[in-house]
Design a protein around this ligand. Structure first.
Ligand code: DX5
Ligand code: ZN
Length: 218
C-alpha cells in the first residue's frame, strides 16, 4: 500500500484558514489531521467542535481527528456530528477503552488509539483487531514543531510485529517531528500514515511539500 499523508492544521495560519484548507484540498494529501487539546491531558489548548464543523464544510478530504483530551467517551457523538471520519483517542486517557472503541464504530467512524512516547505497544494486543488505526506519538503530545524521538523506530517495528501476530489491519500512523529527512525511514519501518504540521505549513510551498512527503519512496 502507498502510504498516506495527513497535514496537521495545528500549524496552519488561522487568519486565512479557508485558504490553508484549500491548499490541502488542491494537494495530494489524503486526510486532514486535526488536533484537539484540552489543557488537562496535554499542557496546551487548541480548538473544539465549532472549528471542526467549519473545516468539515471546507475540506474535500476525510478528517482525521486526534483527541488529546481526558474522558473522550463523553464527547464521541459531538465529534461525529462535527464531521470526524477517523477518531483517535489516547490509550492513557481511557478507563474503558473497549467500550469507547465500540461506540466510535457504532457511530460510523473509524476508531484509532494513540500511544504517548513511553506507552508500550504491547498494551494494545487485545484491542488491535478492533482498530482501524494506531497513532504512535513521536513527540510528547501538546505542541507542533518539536523534535522527533529517535527511539520511535523500534516501537514502530514492535507494532508491525504485533499487528502480524494479531491479524489486525490497523494502519500505523506517526505524529510529531515528521520531516523530509525521516519520512522515508519511517515508511520503510512500516508506517502507513505520516502526519506533518510544521514541515508542511512552515514551508514555502505546502502543496509541493505534501507531494514530497507522498513521494519519499520513489
Ligand atoms: C502534537 C500534535 C501533532 C502536531 C504535529 O501533539 O498531535 O499533530 O501538529 O506537529 P509537527 O509535525 O510540527 O511536529
Ligand atoms: Zn496529532
Amino acid at each position: 500500500m502507498n502510504h498516506l499523508v495527513a497535514p496537521s492544521i495545528l500549524t496552519a495560519d488561522f487568519s486565512c484558514l479557508k485558504n490553508e484548507i484549500k491548499k490541502i484540498n488542491n494537494s495530494v494529501a489524503d486526510w486532514v489531521h486535526i488536533d484537539v487539546m484540552d489543557g488537562v491531558f496535554v499542557p496546551n489548548i487548541s480548538f473544539g467542535f465549532h472549528l471542526i464543523e467549519t473545516i468539515k464544510k471546507l475540506a474535500s478530504k476525510p478528517l482525521d481527528v486526534h483527541l488529546m483530551i481526558v474522558e473522550p467517551h463523553k464527547f464521541l457523538n459531538e465529534f461525529h456530528e462535527a464531521g470526524a471520519d477517523v477518531l483517535t483517542v489516547h490509550y492513557e486517557a481511557c478507563k474503558h477503552l473497549h467500550r469507547t472503541v465500540q461506540v466510535i464504530k457504532t457511530l460510523g467512524m473509524k476508531p484509532g488509539v494513540s500511544l504517548n512516547p513511553l506507552t508500550p505497544v504491547d498494551l494494545l494486543e487485545e484491542i488491535l483487531p478492533e482498530l482501524d488505526l494506531v497513532l504512535i506519538m513521536t513527540v510528547n503530545p501538546g505542541y507542533g514543531g518539536q523534535k522527533f524521538i529517535e527511539s520511535s523506530y523500534e516501537k514502530i517495528g514492535n507494532l508491525v510485529k504485533l499487528r502480524e501476530k494479531t491479524g489486525s489491519k490497523a494502519l500505523i500512523e506517526v505524529d510529531g517531528g515528521v520531516n523530509l529527512s525521516n519520512a522515508k525511514k519511517l515508511v520503510e519501518a512500516g508506517v502507513d500514515v505520516l502526519v506533518a504540521g510544521n514541515t508542511v505549513f512552515s514551508s514555502d510551498n505546502p502543496s509541493k511539500t505534501i507531494r514530497a512527503l507522498k513521494e519519499v519512496m520513489r
